[in-house]
Design a protein around this ligand. Structure first.
Ligand code: THU
Length: 142
């Protein structure tokens, strides 16, 4: 039987197949593991006004939040690559904006969320605190 991480990575790869990325042709999928075993996925969503693009991670997290499930998120997997060649090169790591979005999840869940970044030969797992050290977050506003 596949373990949770392998299952989550497969879900991220599959989600990348739903990317709407006609401008970059770079397809990204993200999958969130919930503490009840559920999985929420997202894929990047581009726009002719390029800067309006939404990343896969942000979409997945917004989906979970809008379904009232943000506090259940315990891990994230991200996979991507040129269309039809998911994870054939370097690991996809979340962009700066997505790291800040994940920071919100880390604070709400009180977990240093593991982010499994898929690359050609497997995956590398980072903690959010490694990807975004000394982050600004909800506690700064208190
Ligand atoms: N992208 C993501 O969806 N997530 C990342 O972590 C990195 C970049 C998307 C944005 C854009 O649609 C495409 O990848 C190329 O930058």
């Amino acid at each position: 039987m596949k373990d949770d991480v392998s299952f989550l990575i497969e879900a991220a790869k599959k989600a990348a197949g739903n990317a709407y990325a006609p401008y970059s042709n770079y397809h990204v999928g993200a999958a969130l593991l919930l503490n009840d075993g559920g999985i929420v996925t997202g894929a990047n969503f581009e726009n002719a006004s390029y800067g309006m693009t939404l990343c896969a991670e942000t979409i997945a997290i917004a989906k979970a939040s809008s379904d009232g499930q943000m506090d259940k998120i315990i891990a994230i997997a991200v996979a991507g690559g040129p269309a039809g060649k998911i994870a054939m090169g370097d690991a996809v790591t979340p962009c700066g904006r997505c790291r800040q979005i994940i920071k919100e999840v880390a604070d709400v869940t009180k977990r240093d969320i593991p982010v499994h970044c898929v690359h050609a030969n497997g995956h590398h797992t980072y903690k959010l605190s490694e990807l975004l050290p000394n982050a600004f977050g909800p506690s700064n506003l208190a």
